[in-house]
Design a protein around this ligand. Structure first.
Ligand SMILES: [Zn+2]
Length: 404
């Protein structure tokens, strides 16, 4: 079994090792080294990436039979003595977040008696799951402040092995899920937290930088806490600051005045919508009056036919309703477009079968669905040009003049 050197030293990123075994991992070359600083995917911390003997490290696996670490590579290195390089930016990000997680987990225990039952770390998000619901904003703030206090105090973080009989005497927050070779590996954040863990950590809490909680999410009977540490927290601050600066410039106000400025915009928008609605109704009323004036009488009934281009069906419906408020009016309205729409409406005092007329109109249109109450029916929904919808209205008219 290869020596896992990252247990005692998380800071070595370049080292030399000897290939002691070569194997095939589903068509890709795998090697086992006599010693390795590469961290395999374990305990919520993702595996390292890097290079070995000029080849890219694709994946790290732990062999079940003997717990050997298999390094899966892009291609097999020629010699047995290889230079290894760990991607330090990625590893240090993991160390900041992993140690930050220990601190935040302990902070929630102390502030709210909430235990961490899950940890997730990926390039996009970092979360812990707490075994409680109803975590208040005040608790979040207290936990965040305690966590950052521990960071600012720059406490030493050490890893050591303790014997199983000693484990019973030492306060260990998280139950161990695996034992190291010569005992139980615990991570000690001085006078603050002691946790059984096999991951990589920073040497002093100050290296973590800012610990910032971003949001809470209810997940069944658990609370998921999303947070960021160090460089990621700074990137998040930079991105959000840029957004705020843009908004402040766009709205020409101070940062603290942003909520009020947005609320004022929303009020103005609602008022503008009310005005538009009122003006639109007024325009429809005037349009209805013009159409009524130009209606051609068939006996005592005033017939109105109108074809529009790409008009909003809601507006045509409104127009039909306005027209047929007057007595003895029949309105046959239609719009062309990708979704042609027909509206047939009559005054309440007329006894005409609009549903049959709509059926005839849709047949002339060549398809579409529709229906409605006795005094207003509508339908369509298929593409049709002005000629086509005019023909549909003629079919409706014929059906009304000569009912079968
Ligand atoms: Zn850890």
């Amino acid at each position: 079994m290869s020596q896992r050197l990252y247990y005692d030293d998380a800071y070595t990123t370049r080292f030399e090792a000897r290939i002691v075994e070569r194997l095939d991992v589903r068509g890709q070359p795998g090697i086992i080294l006599d010693r390795t600083y590469f961290y395999p995917d374990s305990g919520g911390q993702p595996a390292d990436t890097g290079q070995i003997g000029g080849a890219d490290l694709v994946a790290l696996r732990i062999r079940e039979s003997d717990a050997a670490i298999i390094h899966v590579l892009s291609h097999a290195p020629p010699g047995d003595q290889v230079q290894c390089q760990i991607d330090w930016t990625r590893r240090f990000d993991h160390m900041q977040h992993h140690t930050g997680q220990h601190i935040l987990t302990q902070a929630f225990v102390r502030v709210a008696g909430a235990n961490t039952v899950g940890f997730h770390l990926s390039p996009d998000s970092v979360t812990i799951d707490l075994d409680q619901l109803g975590i208040t904003d005040a608790v979040v703030r207290q936990a965040e402040e305690l966590a950052n206090q521990i960071v600012i105090e720059n406490r030493p973080v050490t890893a050591r092995l303790i014997q199983p009989d000693e484990a019973a005497r030492v306060r260990i927050r998280k139950a161990p899920d695996h034992l190291a070779t010569q005992g139980l590996r615990v991570i000690d954040i001085q006078d603050y937290d002691l946790t059984a863990c096999g991951g990589t950590h920073v040497a002093r809490t100050g290296e973590i930088g800012l610990i910032k909680i971003l949001r809470l999410e209810k997940r069944g009977d658990r609370t998921r806490v999303e947070f960021r540490c160090g460089w990621r927290a700074l990137r998040d601050y930079q991105a959000k600051h840029a957004i705020v600066a843009q908004l402040v410039s766009d709205l020409t106000c101070g940062v603290s005045e942003l909520p009020e400025a947005v609320s004022r915009l929303q009020q103005e928008r609602r008022a503008a919508q009310r005005t538009i609605k009122m003006l639109r109704e007024r325009l429809i009323d005037e349009e209805a009056q013009r159409l009524l004036n130009s209606a051609h009488p068939e006996g005592s009934v005033r017939w109105i036919e109108a074809v529009f281009t790409n008009r909003d069906p809601g507006e045509i419906r409104l127009l039909g309703a306005r027209l047929t408020r007057s007595a003895q009016v029949l309105a046959l309205l239609a719009t062309s477009g990708d979704k042609a729409h027909l509206v047939l409406a009559r005054s309440a005092d007329l006894d005409l079968d609009l549903n049959s007329a709509l059926k005839a109109a849709l047949a002339a249109l060549g398809g579409g669905k529709g229906g409605g109450p006795p005094d207003m029916v509508q339908g369509g929904g298929i593409p049709a040009d002005e000629e086509k919808v005019a023909a549909a209205l003629r079919a409706a008219r014929a059906s009304l003049l000569h009912p079968r």
